[in-house]
Write a protein that binds this ligand. Structure first.
Ligand SMILES: Nc1ncnc2c1ncn2[C@@H]1O[C@H](COP(=O)(O)OP(=O)(O)OP(=O)(O)O)[C@@H](O)[C@H]1O
Ligand SMILES: [Mg+2]
Length: 228
């Protein structure tokens, strides 16, 4: 997994959805993108123009109408289910709406424990705890908060736990879909700094979706724009 030139490549993507009455609405066409390790590419555009849809296509969660997404020279959408499942932990998303990022019936500690168990096949509680504590220290969170359910945390705290989950998974490619839109200014800046650190230190490639051009200018080497 260590030597790859691009975290994600896509060529000639297009997508449209059927509207009521069967009429099609084209979101984008002929769209190509390459994200290298450690690079943050920005994506802006008005609400409803297809940013989330594009992110989901790049993650293999939705199919494009035309075009292809590649990782390491292999098509993601066309590959078999088992190879897609093997890649799944390496392609991650941070959601626009923090409360939906964790299951409501689990404490954050239980959710993060599952992540470490499944990804690294580690059973020993002390080793799991050490990894979790290191990841939450990185995002500046108190360990007391691990015992809480998502509904007992603020949006900023949940978003930082979502980032700590990303740190535990060490993804190749991350779609950060308006990760700061529901947060106040000081937390926004913190999340953006964490994304920049993740890209720099872990060599994760990031697609950073945002409505905020100032935020994108700070974080991104290149900003792509979707029109209507
Ligand atoms: N499964 C679907 N079936 C039909 N239409 C859909 C489907 N998913 C998304 N759409 C429509 O496609 C358009 C683009 O949606 P998308 O969520 O990608 O926009 P967005 O740019 O992320 O918007 P926002 O900035 O509000 O998050 C919207 O008009 C949406 O209603
Ligand atoms: Mg969206």
């Amino acid at each position: 997994m260590n030597s790859y030139k691009y975290c994600i490549q896509a060529e000639n993507l297009s997508k449209s959805f059927c509207r009521k009455g069967g009429k099609k609405r084209g979101l984008f066409s002929g769209f190509s993108i390459e994200v290298k390790p450690g690079e943050i590419i920005g994506l802006s555009g008005p609400s409803g123009c297809g940013k989330t849809t594009l992110g989901d296509i790049l993650l293999g969660l939705k199919h494009p109408d035309t075009g292809k997404v590649f990782w390491n020279g292999n098509g993601i959408n066309g590959s078999g289910k088992s190879s897609r499942m093997a890649l799944r932990p390496y392609f991650q998303k941070i959601y626009q709406d923090p409360p939906t990022s964790f299951p409501p019936h689990q404490t954050i500690e239980e959710a993060l424990t599952d992540v470490v168990k499944n990804k690294y096949s580690i059973g020993r509680k002390d080793i799991i705890n050490r990894r979790i504590l290191a990841a939450i220290k990185d995002v500046d969170l108190d360990k007391e908060l691990l015992k809480r359910y998502p509904r007992q945390l603020s949006g900023g705290e949940i978003q930082r736990f979502a980032l700590s989950r990303v740190l535990l998974l060490k993804p190749i490619f991350l779609v950060a879909d308006e990760p700061t839109s529901r947060l106040d200014l000081s937390v926004q800046a913190k999340i953006v700094r964490l994304l920049m650190r993740l890209a720099k230190e872990r060599r994760t490639g990031v697609l950073f979706i945002s409505h905020d051009p100032a935020l994108l200018r700070v974080a991104c080497k290149k900003v792509l724009s979707f029109g209507r």
